[in-house]
Design a protein around this ligand. Sequence first.
Ligand SMILES: *[C@@H]1O[C@H](CO)[C@@H](O)[C@H](O)[C@H]1NC(C)=O
Ligand SMILES: *[C@@H]1O[C@H](CO)[C@@H](O)[C@H](O)[C@H]1NC(C)=O
Length: 316
Amino acid sequence: MAESISKGVKIVVIGVGSVGSATAYTLLLSGIVSEIVLIDVNKDKAEGESMDLNHAASSDTKSRAGDYPDCADAAIVIVTCGINQKHGQTRMDLAAKNAAIMQDIIPNVAKYAPDTILLIATNPVDVLTYVSYKASGFPLNRVLGSGTVLDTARLKYILGEHFDISPDSVDACVIGEHGDSGVPVWSLTSIDGMKLRDYCESKNHSHDDAIYHKIFEQTRDAAYDIIKRKGYTSYGIAAGLLRIVKAILGDTNTKLTVSTVGDYYGVENIAISVPMKLNKSGVHPTDQIPLDEKETELMKKSSRQIKSALKNLKVE
Ligand SMILES: *[C@@H]1O[C@H](CO)[C@@H](O)[C@H](O)[C@H]1NC(C)=O
Ligand SMILES: *[C@@H]1O[C@H](CO)[C@@H](O)[C@H](O)[C@H]1NC(C)=O
């Protein structure tokens, strides 16, 4: 598959901080694109990263530093620029500054790449996905945020550790805000193809809400725990972005919990994560997942939280 989709495919990464450079490196090693253009306000940094990347590259993928006109014909433009979450900050604390950055760069991208797909990774990602949708004038299917793809991967990993099983055998997801109000969908979680309760019974594991609560806390707080130690997060989100890019370029119709704009759980005009289908034309709704009562309540709460952040920014 790698060969069949690499020819002539250009990806632009805006912002080459820790997330942008890890993403470019991950894309490069995956071999699924032929050109990676890096854009950063710090041109030297973008140039240095692209030179370094080229020395890691297979001959089929080239990286170079560029500017907005280089977005022309990009299949996907990945936005990672903005200020980072520091120790002690929540993602929402970054909203105003990063929204202003999006309002500045997105129109430039839209001008040169009117047909591209915008993939937003900057936090708070749901708020900024909405801001980018507005600033781009693009249709709904061509603006998405990395959303809870990473939270979902973290939950699968932690459940895998808990049950001593490969994360690949865990079917679970986190939806809602990529942030403190994200919602783990326990009612649809399965391990090795079995409902959580049935799996626990069959393996003599205790099936206890307190355990799941703790597992979700670990998932939710993972970014804080990593930032406290290494100052930022990068590999997990880079791998999540690769998964999204692969689903789009490969036209796979894979369902991923990306953030998209719409009306959700009684709240209009927000961006939030639910499972969405990804293919070559971007992101598309799927049948709404059947949540239980408690999960539905939590999704309403999460939706309202994002709405109130958008209201504060006056970008409704
Ligand atoms: C399941 O756990 C109970 C209580 O700890 C124990 O008595 C029993 O032998 C266990 N069964 C299996 C199949 O491990
Ligand atoms: C992608 O999914 C949408 C929605 O299901 C569908 O209409 C479209 O034909 C699919 N494929 C492409 C390449 O757009």
